[in-house]
Ligand binder design. Structure first.
Ligand code: NAP
Length: 246
């Protein structure tokens, strides 16, 4: 009889809000073992080597995520990255390094099921209604803006709108007035306030009507199932997969 493979998982940023939830979640999974919990003061490469981790989940800060991801893959573990803020150039560089090593990694700016569905519905609506604008609202401690989820949603909307016969929304110019950041044909407005966790709205304007999609995060627990799924999938991935597949 085949013995079930136990995946040895390290958590980087383990003392953070997300890191604590992920470490606790991994402890309760029968096919996973929590290999280590690292934070800012730890040497990540040493932790991976001494614990023999297969996968490392990173929920840290935008300023450290590129170096962390490189350290993870160079130590032979597969990165599952939830930290937002990687640039397109950094994503390409990580993809290149992973492919050179015949390894895989997953980068998802949002692991929640509701957010994944929102992106799918947002794309669908862009086939029929444009222009649209995104408002993303997060807690005051979020360091990056706009959010990685808003950027990914805008990219998916723009790609779908660009396939329309009328050419979709075209490319907008950044405005000196308070009209948000232009990501292709979609404007993004960022709000940072205490009392919020995360909300995203996509508002489509039409002739005499609007359509609004809203996704609310009421607890960070919503990100855990997607992270656990990514940990199970990442060993079969090659290159740096963007987003989760549903
Ligand atoms: P947080 O509570 O501030 O936690 C971040 C943790 O990382 C802190 O313990 C911090 O330590 C630690 N850290 C900072 N620099 C580090 C380094 N170089 N190496 C190792 N650890 C380091 O933040 P959070 O709310 O957990 O969010 C973390 C990230 O995940 C953010 O980018 C957020 O946007 C993102 N996020 C993504 C998803 C998703 O679904 N993908 C969901 C929620 C959040 P110090 O406190 O000592 O600085």
């Amino acid at each position: 009889m085949d013995e079930q493979r136990i995946i040895r998982v390290g958590v980087n940023g383990a003392k953070g809000r997300m890191g604590m939830i992920i470490a606790e979640g991994i402890r309760s999974e029968r096919d996973m073992q929590l290999a280590f919990e690292a934070d800012r003061s730890d040497d990540l490469a040493d932790c991976i080597a001494s614990a023999g981790a297969d996968v490392v989940v990173d929920f840290t800060v935008p300023g450290a995520v590129f170096e962390n991801t490189m350290a993870i893959l160079r130590s032979g573990a597969s990165p599952v990255v939830g930290t937002t803020g990687l640039t397109a150039e950094e994503i390409d560089a990580i993809d290149h390094e992973l492919l050179n090593r015949n390894m895989g990694g997953i980068y998802a700016p949002n692991f929640s099921l509701g957010a994944l569905l929102m992106m799918r519905f947002a794309e669908e609506a862009a086939r029929y209604m444009m222009p649209c604008e995104i408002i993303e609202l997060h807690h005051e401690g979020k360091l990056d803006s706009p959010s990685g989820t808003a950027l990914m949603t805008a990219d998916r909307i723009n790609e779908r709108a660009g396939t329309r016969r009328d050419g979709g929304g075209g490319t907008l110019e950044d405005s000196p007035r308070s009209r948000g950041l232009c990501q292709g044909s979609t404007r993004i407005h960022s709000v940072r306030l205490p009392g919020l966790i995360a909300q995203q709205q996509v508002i489509y304007g039409g002739s005499g009507e609007t359509l609004t999609l809203v996704h609310n995060v009421t607890s960070r627990a919503c990100f855990l199932p997607g992270v656990l799924l990514a940990v199970r999938q990442v060993l079969e991935v090659r290159g740096f997969q963007q987003g989760m597949k549903i």
